[in-house]
Design a protein around this ligand. Structure first.
Ligand SMILES: Cc1ncc(COP(=O)(O)O)c(C=O)c1O
Length: 373
């Protein structure tokens, strides 16, 4: 059996044609017709008015936070179980972070813990949610709490392109939302991101900030702090080619999750639960070892590696990160935080769209061998 990766980027076969058209037209700069078209395509796909393409998902989150009004004197309440790129941009600004525990049903931000955090930090004016591995957070109660506590919602939908909550796309709930086109995501631009919103003026300003905030003057004049965060036309061309295959890719990711769930039935492990309120794009399929079973996901990771199968630990919660040790962490069960438990029992399994059924059956067999030893 050949090496089975966690998830890598795959070409659709149309990329060269799109990139060639960028070269042929002479647009190789961080702007151009492919950038405009990719923004339009994604805004339409999600069902929002407008978008601004950026050089990364992290840059998109940074600009979304700035546009939302986060300043160094602010407090931002954030998902805890996520990739560091969700909350690092809060630190770029110099604002304070408060992390919120997850719940057992979705592994996403726990609504009761969020309310506790909002009560404990009445100064907070911003809530930043990340949808874990493509699964939507429970947006209705989160939005209600944002309203009740006068907070602006920012959505990190980096992993959740094409996922839905009650029929509506992830990335359409926040005042500003960010997605990522990093190499391992559902579609890639070889590195890139996008801010999406219904606020047309806000997106215009984000575009201005992403291109060095140059005032409309005959000389180089800046009244605001600018960034070099714009996506290049070449990258956007790749993204447009990738987008032609998006439905197929999501269908494959979902089929991978279903096969794991079926294959691991009756074992000492189970898959990250999928909430009935939405449809995850199943970007990464994650397994949990049942409570009380004396097996470690790190040992499983080593065992899989010995069989040339790549897996990865679940995101280590932010409140457990040395860098964020001084940030507050709020949980309704502080003695036994849910996401510490998920982290201690979870592992991300190969979720590559080119993994065939035979290869996945092999992965499942190796997992079963490990669990029964
Ligand atoms: C949840 C989350 N947020 C943010 C990012 C950052 O995106 P990028 O790598 O495009 O900067 C990623 C992925 O890389 C992510 O998984």
């Amino acid at each position: 059996m050949k090496h089975i990766p966690l998830a890598i980027s795959h070409l659709t076969g149309k990329e060269e044609e799109y990139v060639k058209s960028a070269f042929d037209s002479g647009w190789v700069a961080p702007l151009g017709p492919h950038v405009d078209a990719l923004e339009e395509t994604l805004a339409k796909f999600l069902g929002v008015k407008c978008a601004s393409a950026t050089s990364s998902g992290t840059a998109a989150i940074h600009l979304a936070l700035i546009q939302a009004g986060v300043t160094p004197s602010d407090t931002v309440i954030s998902s805890d179980m996520t990739f560091a790129a969700t909350c690092n941009p809060v630190k770029y600004i110099g604002a304070k972070l408060v992390f919120v525990d997850s719940n057992e049903e979705t592994f996403n931000m726990d609504v009761k813990s969020l309310e506790l955090a909002l009560q404990k930090h009445p100064e907070a004016r911003f809530v930043l949610v990340a949808h874990l591995y493509g699964q939507s957070c429970d947006m209705d109660p989160i939005m209600e709490l944002c309203k009740k506590y006068h907070c602006t919602l920012i959505e990190d939908a980096a992993e959740a392109l094409g996922s839905t909550y009650k029929g509506k796309m992830c990335g359409t709930f926040g005042k500003y939302s960010a997605i990522s086109f990093n190499g391992n995501k559902i579609i890639t631009t070889s590195g890139g991101g996008m801010v999406l919103s219904n606020d047309e003026e806000g997106i215009k300003h984000i575009r201005f900030l992403s291109t060095q905030a140059r005032d409309p003057a005959p000389w180089y004049q800046h009244s605001e702090l600018g960034y070099n965060y714009r996506m290049s036309n070449i990258c956007a061309a790749i993204g447009r080619a990738q987008f032609t295959d998006i439905e197929n890719r999501i269908a494959k990711k979902r089929a991978i999750y279903r096969r794991y769930a079926e294959g691991l039935k009756g074992t000492d492990a189970y898959m990250m639960p999928l909430a009935s309120y939405g449809e995850s794009n199943c970007w990464l399929s994650a397994l949990l070892i049942k409570k009380g079973v004396n097996k470690s996901p790190l040992d499983l990771m080593t065992y899989l590696k010995e069989h040339d199968i790549e897996s990865r630990p679940i995101w280590k919660p932010m409140h457990m990160q040395p860098y964020y040790k001084d940030s507050d962490f709020v949980s309704i069960s502080p003695e036994h935080p849910m996401d510490e438990d998920i982290f201690a029992r979870g592992l991300c399994l190969p979720s590559d769209i080119m993994m065939n059924v035979e290869e996945q059956d092999y992965v499942i067999k190796v997992i079963k061998d490990f669990l029964s030893k």
